[in-house]
Design a protein around this ligand. Structure first.
Ligand code: S3P
Length: 428
């Protein structure tokens, strides 16, 4: 059995940096992802005047001296968010409520992603947006307002980025916010806001899942937080183990086990892998953490539907890849949001699976993959999408595979060291 660790959680790293910058006092953060997306958000916060130290490669503790909820200032030039959709959408909310003006921009992938989902509700709160390039896309200039108007919003998509953008706008803009999403998305922002003294109330409703920031505080306290390993990065290692591509079973230590993120472990299990989860955090910890062990099994196909999608949205490319090596036909449905990720992951997964000899079909809201045993060979494209590159990195490690990924370096945005870790896991 091999034991490994993965870099800090991408979602939590960016949220922790933002809240630490907005806090009164000194926050202590360890395990922050030293990868492209967290670097982009840290860089944007520095340009807004926040005192964010360099992110250590080894996840060592950093101390962030917060500027307070009203302490950020307008930047001198455009903010470059690189590939980070989370950084862009969360900071747009922060700026909207802080009454600041800034232009947000990013790489070709980020420039292709939809922003109306946040600009429509943030406009309703009193902020204004301009899109000097394509309508509804980056570059995007936000002009904030303070205080903002209270908001009651029903989001058509289950998106933690939308929900978090609005909660952060409510925090900096001192406004009541109530968001209803069709299904519950990851709740990291709610948990971290609670930890700094801004309680968010959440509950199920007939229309889905509702979160409320009822009474935004005038200041938030500092954060003392160890960012756990990213379960979405661990998923690549665990999938390789499930596929029998690692020398033995693999344990990933210190990984985040937030129940709004762990559905992939259930999918691995029902497909036939052996999965063991050992929680290690104290009950009631802000974010649950533990060790996950996976050993290979005979894989069978599975169906994933809309109810499961939000809690494994980032792992769906891997579910499709597992389906390509499982007995039967794997169907993913209710996952139209895949088209709004770093690439259109329905189109890019199907194109790449076919390029390596797998039968796969696009559906409007998902994909269908026929499992097989033939060797996987061919050249695939990363499409500026870290998870697409890493998914084919995993398939490329299987016995008999010969897969060339055109741009494997894109993995660095969420998983620096991915290629080296794959080498370390070795083949059978
Ligand atoms: C994220 C939310 C998800 C996820 C992304 C990170 C976050 O996106 O796909 O990788 O940190 O809030 P959506 O909110 O668009 O579903």
């Amino acid at each position: 059995m091999l034991t490994v660790r993965v870099p800090g959680d991408k979602s939590l790293s960016q949220r922790a940096l933002i809240l630490a910058a907005l806090a009164d006092g000194e926050s202590r953060l360890s395990g922050v992802l030293p990868g492209g997306d967290a670097e982009s958000t840290a860089g944007a916060l520095r340009a807004l005047g926040a005192d964010i130290p360099a992110l250590p490669r080894d996840g060592a503790e950093i101390v962030v001296r917060g500027s307070g909820l009203r302490g950020l200032r307008a930047p001198d030039g455009p903010l470059d968010l690189g590939n980070s959709g989370t950084g862009t959408r969360l900071l747009a909310g922060v700026l909207a409520g802080a009454g600041l003006m800034a232009t947000l921009d990013g790489d070709a992938s980020l420039r292709s992603r939809p922003m109306e989902r946040i600009t429509a509700p943030l406009r309703a709160m009193g902020a204004t947006f301009e899109h000097p390039g394509a309508p509804g896309r980056l570059p995007m200039t936000v002009r904030g307002s303070h205080p903002l108007q209270p908001l009651q919003w029903t989001s058509p998509v289950a998106s933690a980025q939308v929900k978090s953008s609005l909660l952060l706008a409510g925090l900096t803009g001192q406004a009541f916010v109530l968001v209803t999403e069709p299904r519950r998305s990851r709740d990291h922002t709610e948990r971290l806001l609670g930890a700094v003294g801004a309680a968010v109330v959440s509950h199920a409703t007939a229309g889905g899942w509702r979160v409320e920031l009822r009474d935004p505080p005038e200041r938030i306290g500092p954060l003392d937080f160890a960012v756990p390993g990213d379960i979405s990065s661990a998923a690549f290692v665990l999938a390789l183990a499930a596929l029998g591509g690692a020398r033995a079973g693999v344990t990933v230590e210190g990984v985040g086990l937030n129940p709004t993120r762990t559905a992939f472990l259930g999918v691995l299990q029902r497909m036939g892998a052996r999965v063991r989860v050992e929680p290690s955090s104290a009950p009631g910890a802000c974010e649950p953490v533990g060790d996950v062990t996976v050993e290979a099994g005979m894989l069978r196909a599975t169906d994933v539907g809309a109810d499961e999608v939000p809690s494994l949205i980032d792992e769906l490319p891997l579910v499709a890849a597992l389906g390509a090596r499982a007995q039967g036909v794997t169907r993913i449905r209710g996952a139209g949001e895949l088209r709004a990720k770093e690439s259109d992951r329905i189109a890019t997964m199907v194109a790449n699976l076919r390029a390596v000899g797998v039968e796969a079909e696009e559906e409007p809201d998902g994909l269908t993959v026929r499992g097989g045993e033939g060797p996987l060979r061919g050249r695939v494209r990363a499409f500026h999408d870290h998870r697409i590159a890493m998914t084919f990195g995993v398939l490329g490690r299987l016995p008999g595979s010969d897969i060339e990924v055109d741009d494997p370096g894109v993995a660095d945005v969420s998983f620096p060291g991915f290629a080296a870790l794959l080498q370390q896991l070795g083949g059978p």
